[in-house]
Design a protein around this ligand. Structure first.
Ligand code: BGC
Length: 483
């Protein structure tokens, strides 16, 4: 049986109503955010170096895949929690096969003080994978072309280079910002004498877009709603004025160029996003205050922390967990930053039991807090406000790109743990798109702009991009800025 509406004690109800107001983003505000977003996308194409703006990184993918691409490629994907190595066989005719292995990132690696830990770990995984998949040894002279998915903001002068602008998603390893991540990786590959060469360095959003476009020609954007948030799309070279005069003649003004927006940094200048006190605290307390403003309000890395902060306020004000002693384990947990991740909200949101027993268990297991039914109900509602805000804000980047490019009918390929696993996220995002684009009365599956589940971007996408680059090399075309 599903939990019913529950009436809460006056003060608790008041608090819940206040949270609802604070986290609700009405259509009018979405419109305002989108208008500012469009001007920031344009500004980034003129000059992406202002830290208050969106970088709009040029990704040097200059063709759309048409599904005919073929070849065997290795792909390496450094994600937030895992690392994946994938062998991709592109078969042409929109078809492919893959084999892959996932390796858990050791906990300390995100913030290790020694950058070698990261690159040695990645090369070790590549080595293991190649050995496992070639039990009789790699044929002499064989070099595997590798598409490296490195999903952090990078400046690329060519497709196979990428200077890290700054770490995001809680990564904080010294000695990599300002350096070429492909070069550091290639050096470790060479040191370990692996039969591998990086042919392209890509972002997860670029991979998502290209992988989905390989199978679905309606795809115009790739987006990630996960530990981080971001989007990629193709713009026209003539619009990217910051690279004016720096291109070889084989890249005409009218041709297409994939842009990795890095719009997690949208509104770092704090002009339009409706930040709550909790958002401001999260930013102030983060290793990179003032950066990734949009991401900090929408991505999976921060939702658990937002929830904890809001519950803590309810507790400190004496409305929530009223029986919880100040010196208890539970109170200590409630004061522990980042103790909760997004799965906590997911569990609460999907709890359909009459007495919210899944929620009860989650509170005991994750926080050692015993709850009343009213408190569980309050918390479930709070999770839905936070989750709904994330979904509604998330569509602002998509809407801005579609309006700017005049896309009225297309697919937005989406990936990431929040989109794939967070309850109701796709529905809420579709609702917000509908509010903005006026789809009222049209069934979700018939919406002209639809967010759809992506193909595997960091595997297939990385391979397709590597194949597109290989084609350019064969034709003698340039892969980056004028030398
Ligand atoms: C990174 C992007 C990435 C996104 C999703 C952000 O933190 O800066 O490069 O695409 O997360 O993974």
């Amino acid at each position: 049986m599903v939990a019913k509406e529950i009436s809460l004690p006056g003060k608790l109800q008041e608090k819940l109503d206040r949270f609802q107001d604070e986290f609700w983003v009405p259509k009018e505000r979405l419109d305002k955010i989108i208008a500012h977003f469009i001007s920031e996308l344009d500004r980034g194409l003129r000059d992406g170096t202002d830290p208050s703006g969106i970088p709009m990184n040029v990704a040097w993918v200059m063709e759309y895949p048409d599904g005919s691409e073929t070849g065997d490629f290795l792909a390496l994907d450094l994600g937030g929690t895992n690392m994946r190595v994938v062998m991709v066989h592109l078969l042409g005719n929109h078809k492919f096969t893959t084999s892959q292995h996932k390796y858990r990132l050791p906990n300390h690696i995100r913030t290790t003080r020694n950058r070698d830990d990261l690159f040695v770990f990645m090369a070790n995984c590549l080595d293991k994978f190649v050995k496992e998949t070639n039990p009789d040894g790699v044929p002499a002279g064989k070099i595997f072309p590798l598409g490296f998915t490195f999903s952090y903001p990078v400046t690329q002068s060519r497709i196979d280079k990428g200077i890290l602008q700054r770490w995001t998603k809680g990564f904080d390893i010294p000695g990599v910002e300002g350096e070429d991540a492909a070069d550091l990786m290639n050096k470790e590959i060479a040191r370990q004498k692996l039969p591998i060469k990086i042919v392209s360095l890509i972002n997860d959003t670029s991979g998502t877009l290209v992988a989905s476009r390989y199978t679905d020609p309606l795809t115009e954007m790739g987006c990630i709603f996960g530990t981080g948030v971001n989007g990629a799309y193709y713009d026209r070279v003539e619009n990217i004025t910051k690279i004016n005069g720096q291109l070889e003649d084989d890249i005409p003004q009218k041709s297409k160029m994939l842009i990795n927006c890095e719009y997690g940094s949208f509104d770092n200048g704090h002009k339009v996003l409706p930040r709550t006190k909790f958002d401001i605290e999260i930013d102030d307390e983060s290793p990179r205050p003032g950066q990734q403003a949009f991401e900090k309000m929408t991505s999976g890395y921060y939702l658990g922390e937002l929830m904890r902060k809001a519950m803590l306020e309810g507790y400190d004000e004496g409305h929530l967990f009223i029986d919880l002693a100040k010196d208890s384990e539970g109170a200590k947990n409630l004061h522990t930053a980042y103790i909760l991740d997004t799965s906590f909200l997911s569990t609460l949101e999907s709890d359909e039991t009459a007495d919210l027993s899944d929620t009860e268990k989650e509170f005991t297991e994750k926080l050692s807090i015993a709850t009343t039914l009213e408190e569980r109900y309050f918390s479930k509602k709070l999770a839905s406000f936070i989750g709904t805000r994330a979904a509604r804000l998330s569509i602002c980047g998509i809407s801005a790109v579609c309006k700017k490019m005049d896309y009225k009918h297309c697919h937005i390929a989406a990936d990431g743990s929040v989109f794939m696993k967070y309850p109701y996220f796709p529905e809420r995002a579709a609702q917000a798109l509908s509010d903005v684009w006026g789809y009222e009365g049209i069934k979700m599956e018939d919406h002209p702009i639809q967010i759809v589940r992506a193909e595997d971007g960091s595997g297939v996408g990385a391979a397709v991009i590597a194949a597109l680059s290989a084609k350019r090399v064969t034709k003698g075309l340039s892969l980056g800025l004028k030398q």
